[in-house]
Design a protein around this ligand. Structure first.
Ligand SMILES: *Cc1c(COP(=O)(O)O)cnc(C)c1O
Length: 358
């Protein structure tokens, strides 16, 4: 018997697919930009002691001011900006789109970039205009400004560094785009811990610019925590849409603990940056592989003589899981690999060399 309720869902939902996550059991897992390092045993037991204080019978702290202060002193901005927490930064992307969702409102972003901007716009039913990047994945400034003038978007998403290309765009290009826009400009710095530049200090000068960050890529993907920084007046409005208690008690305590022990995360990020350079060198030395310079914890590379689907499959056969992005517009024959431990990177390089000859 068919479920009569199905016909009450929005018809566009039937065409969507749930976010697919491949089973990584038994694989060298280099597909999701996770930090590969575990914590030293001593740190783990300190953390568990810390979590022991959690009062899980109570609701979490609704508006954790102490945590905001700690986060702000670690990451800035130093000015009187407000901060909003999300259950992962994906939740904040969703909150931003909900906030602007009125008839006729639109979004502008670029391609190739982070897929969630377009996906969430589609879920909520907001038009998203996508401007292609240049061939070497720089911002196409003129086309982006033209789109902003044409559509007057309420939201612009720019990932800095960009995912999946890994590059930081020319800063003055970003500034030109920001200056054109009347709506909210989101600078998504998910890969900030691995990058040489940030827009944090611009926040106080540009009230319609907000900065999105996440704890996921630096080593806390499992706790789902992201934050948005920006003009207090704007963020206080956005805060009205945030679901109460969206950051659970265990996440709050873990972020506090992580900030008190932030040196470990910084050291790991440094190791990842060093490994990234090594991995880039190894990929560059392979015949018919073109890696792109990265300011993030992953590297995009293009196969110059072989089909990306075939190479991806041959890596899977050797129990190495990376991300096949070759079906996305502008990423023909491209694959993306997360920087792992030295051992994982070597396993990946060996498997790739094997895949390229077989
Ligand atoms: C991974 C990623 C995010 C999402 O991070 P979560 O906080 O884990 O939801 C946001 N933006 C970009 C560009 C990303 O690559």
């Amino acid at each position: 018997m068919s479920n009569t309720a199905l016909s009450r869902l929005r018809p566009e939902i039937s065409k969507l697919h749930a976010y697919a996550v491949p089973d990584a059991d038994g694989f060298v897992k280099l597909d999701a930009m996770e930090n590969p390092y575990k914590w030293p045993e001593g740190m783990r037991s300190l953390w568990l002691d810390y979590l022991g204080d959690a009062q899980v019978n109570r609701y979490p702290e609704p508006n954790p001011e102490k945590l905001k202060k700690k986060l702000q002193s670690q990451f800035g901005p130093s000015s009187e900006c407000e901060i909003l927490f999300g259950n992962g930064s994906d939740e904040l992307i969703q909150l931003l789109v909900i906030a602007i969702a009125k008839p006729g409102a639109s979004i502008v972003t670029v391609s190739p970039s982070f897929s969630m901007y377009q996906m969430i716009a589609e879920f909520i039913g907001i038009d998203c205009h996508v401007v292609p990047l240049t061939e070497d994945y720089e911002l196409n400034v003129d086309a982006t400004i033209e789109a902003i003038n044409q559509y007057d978007p309420s939201l612009v998403f720019l990932a800095y560094p960009n995912n999946p290309t890994g590059n930081l765009w020319d800063r003055s290009d970003v500034n030109k785009v920001v200056q054109t826009c009347q709506g909210i400009v989101v600078i998504d710095e998910a890969y900030g811990p691995f990058a040489s530049d940030s827009f944090t200090e611009e926040l106080k000068n540009i009230p319609n610019m907000v900065l999105l960050r996440t704890a996921s890529k630096i080593g806390l993907a499992g706790i789902r925590f992201g934050w948005l920084a920006g003009d207090a007046e704007l963020l206080n409005e956005l805060n009205k849409l945030r679901l109460p208690y969206n950051i659970n008690s265990l996440t709050q305590l873990t972020v506090e603990f992580a900030l008190d022990n932030f040196q470990m995360f910084e050291e790991q990020a440094k190791i990842i940056q060093v490994s990234r350079a090594e991995l880039f060198k190894n990929l560059s030395s392979m015949k018919n592989v073109h890696p792109y310079k990265s300011e993030a914890n992953f590297i995009l590379f293009k196969l110059l003589s072989m089909n990306a689907n075939d190479v991806f499959k041959r890596l899977l056969d050797q129990k190495v899981l990376i991300k096949n992005v070759s079906q996305q517009e502008g990423l023909s024959q491209c694959l993306r690999v997360t920087v792992g431990t030295e051992e994982e990177n070597n396993q990946f390089c060996k498997a790739l060399e094997q895949a390229l000859v077989s």
